[in-house]
Design a protein around this ligand. Sequence first.
Ligand SMILES: [Zn+2]
Ligand SMILES: [Zn+2]
Length: 292
Amino acid sequence: MNFVYQSPQNPNSHLTVKERNQASFPVRFLLQTNLIYGRVLDFGCGLGTDVEYLRNQGFEVTGYDPYYFPEIPQGKFDTILCLYVLNVLLPEEQAHVLMAISELLQPDGRAYFAVRRDIQKNGFRFHVKRGVNVYQCNVRLPYRSILLTKNAEIYEYRHYNRLPHSNPHNCPFCAPEEERELLTESASAYAILDKFPVSPGHALIIPKQHLASYFDLSFHTKTALWLMTDRVKELVSEKYHPDGFNIGINIGTSAGQTIPHVHVHLIPRYAGDVENPRGGVRGVIPEKKDYL
Ligand SMILES: [Zn+2]
Ligand SMILES: [Zn+2]
């Protein structure tokens, strides 16, 4: 499997790369404003022009590109650049890039996403010079915009639990504590370990939107939650090596919901962790769990 998911429907995105002989506009802007520091990762670096430029300026820079520089980046980074990458990716691929970057970022680090603002038409188009179909789309992120021109926008991303949140519902999931380790994050959801785990690696996948019932979420948000659940399953498996999983959502106090903000429980299971696991989630009604 690839380090970051690439859809078979979008095999030519690497051909949208542009050859440049100077640093890109976002890199020049971020340098001018002193926003690049520490260990730097250029995620989707293409041919690596910005990587080379920043190295010559004395920065410690790693370049990653699934096609041109496929070596998987190691460790965490203080600054991550993701410049004009999301515009050429399908929505599902974008979500995976956002998750990967959140996982590679130091808890107090910052990532910068540059997206194009001059795209007239969303979808596949014929790239005359390359002779293939390539995808492009407009991208808007719920992150802080630090620059908007008629051609481009730059967003600054920090981990969700490092941002100030107005929290009118006084809800623990609308304003997760800074000390909690963020497992991963996308534009519409994030994941953390449960504060009172029922088993090692018990994780919660939480939409950013404050809604009590799973059934009230949009199709888009539901999709984002399940995409993230799959990703968290991989992260938990690497670290805890469970033998199985239960997935559960409590909807309504009668069903045991205590926090009125949707969350998916991903509960790793281990051989022998209970005397008789037969029936699994049926155990919410204990007498009915073990059926014949
Ligand atoms: Zn909430
Ligand atoms: Zn819960």
